[in-house]
Design a protein around this ligand. Structure first.
Ligand code: MTE
Ligand code: MO
Length: 458
């Protein structure tokens, strides 16, 4: 852009507040982002780059690496970095994701940096236990490299493994699972997850309540929240963080785990090696990986992910009117289900007058799935699925998903059908019919009936 004025780094650095205008540098360009700051999907984080180069942050938050985003930025260009300073602004650009682990190529990435990926939906319901390599990955930051010989969890108890070993099988689901169905209706901000940002695994560790008991904290103690901090940090050194209500951690029935094994193996790096919190029944975001610190507190975590994300709003709230303070942080998740097979748009052979359908259903808060209903005629007739696999524990400690299947009779002469599913949990909660009425700007809790249109062959 040769026609634009040149600015030195020093000049740019004077523009770091609203009053002086907010300038940033990207490659050789200088941009005035003052008016964009409030619209930034990632919130205040953008101010980290104020008066400076945003490149390191974009390396950290790889979602920026898209042509649409470059275009948005280019519209705000006001100048160029002066010849003399070019190159200077771009210091220490080594890729913070260089040390991320290798992943199974079958995981379909929703983003690479940070790494977020789900398994193909058709594989998901093949196994009650999701294999570690196929368990969806949701990282907000680079995977920290933890040296197990020097790793210390900041809870003052002598020997972690003195506590009784405890194993649970639990489903973990991202609040954004099935977001892509909601965003078809109207754009939402967030990773475009399909139906597979969910998995079910066996986790082994020690109960958080046993550890707290050891340091004199129990049900009667007067605290309100338990905060967790990860060892993964953003470019300012602030950790990923989340909190859960105190009662959840100390309740007699609490199964909140400090887990060190997943499906009988040490936790994989992507899933929180060496220790992560498992808060069964509660949204994925509170299941903090790479656990570094536990804080028993009167307050919720002040992290971005607890305060300004993972909350839902009325369908009429938009980015101009949203006030994150008005909604509570998501904890226990509502009931959901999905058809994993057949795949949308596929052609299915009718056998004995029926088609075979398979999928999962799950509800948060330790509720059990009691029924799964399917229809292929818009709700005139419903078919109850067979609940093939569940865990044997009862509510309120039923943490696993349910795998189900159904043989649905197809009326003769039909060549196209749209299969719909909804699940019912042990409190008789069921799923909303339409996304329209639960739409929210972040696309979370996207649990309306799932549907799969297919062609049938006789
Ligand atoms: N913990 C840390 N430290 N950092 C993270 O980015 N992501 C959270 C949660 N715990 C995250 C984290 C989110 S949003 C989800 S959905 C789950 O981890 C995903 O767990 P998984 O990657 O093991 O499937
Ligand atoms: Mo998530």
């Amino acid at each position: 852009q040769p026609n634009l004025p040149e600015y030195s780094l020093e000049e740019v650095s004077k523009h770091a507040t609203k009053e002086t205008k907010i300038w940033v540098i990207f490659r050789r360009g200088v941009y005035d982002i003052t008016n964009f700051v409030e619209e930034h999907p990632g919130g205040d984080q953008i101010m980290l780059g104020a008066g400076n180069s945003i490149e390191p942050f974009w390396l950290l938050y790889g979602v920026h690496n898209q042509i649409q985003i470059y275009e948005i930025l280019e519209k705000m260009r006001i100048g160029n970095v002066s010849e003399k300073d070019a190159g200077e602004s771009i210091k220490d650009m080594s890729d913070p994701y260089d040390n991320d682990p290798k992943r199974h190529p079958i995981l379909k990435p929703a983003s690479l940096k940070p790494f977020n990926a789900e398994a193909p939906l058709s594989l998901l319901a093949e196994n009650f236990i999701s294999p570690n390599e196929l368990f969806y990955v949701r990282n907000h930051l680079p995977v920290p490299e933890v040296d197990i010989s020097t790793y210390e969890l900041e809870v003052e108890v002598e020997d972690f493994k003195q506590f009784q070993k405890h194993t649970i099988t639990a489903t973990i689901m991202c609040a954004g699972n099935r977001r892509s169905e909601m965003s078809k209706l109207k754009m939402v901000k967030g990773l475009d997850w399909g139906c597979a940002a969910i998995g079910n695994a066996t986790f082994t560790g020690v109960r958080l309540k046993d550890v707290l008991h050891k340091v004199g904290i129990n049900e009667d103690s007067d605290y309100k929240h338990v905060q967790f901090e990860g060892l993964d940090t953003d470019s300012t050194g602030k950790s990923y963080g989340a909190s859960i209500p105190f009662w959840k951690a100390v309740d007699k029935k609490s199964d909140v785990l400090l887990a060190y094994e997943m499906n009988g193996k040490p936790l994989p790096r992507d899933h929180g090696f060496p220790i992560r919190v498992i808060v069964p029944g509660v949204v994925g975001a509170r299941n903090v990986k790479w656990l570094g610190k536990i804080i028993i507190s009167q307050n919720e975590s002040d992290s971005h992910w607890q305060q300004n994300d993972y909350k839902s709003f009325s369908p009429s709230v938009d980015w101009d009117t949203v006030d994150f303070k008005t909604s509570p942080a998501i904890q226990e998740l509502p009931v959901t289900s999905a058809i994993c097979k057949p795949e949308p748009g596929s052609t299915v052979k009718v056998q004995d007058g029926c088609i075979f359908v398979q999928g999962y259903a799950w509800s948060g808060g330790g509720k059990q799935i009691v029924r799964v209903d399917l229809t292929i005629d818009g709700g005139d007739n419903w078919h109850v699925a067979n609940l093939d696999e569940q865990d044997s524990s009862s509510p309120p400690q039923h943490w696993s998903w349910t795998l189900w299947s159904a043989k649905i009779p197809v009326p003769k002469e039909k060549t196209q059908i749209d299969i719909h599913v909804k699940a019912v949990d042990s409190d008789y909660n069921t799923q909303p019919e339409h996304f329209k009425n639960i739409w929210n700007l972040r696309g979370v809790l996207s649990n309306a009936y799932h549907h799969v249109p297919i062609n049938v062959k006789w």
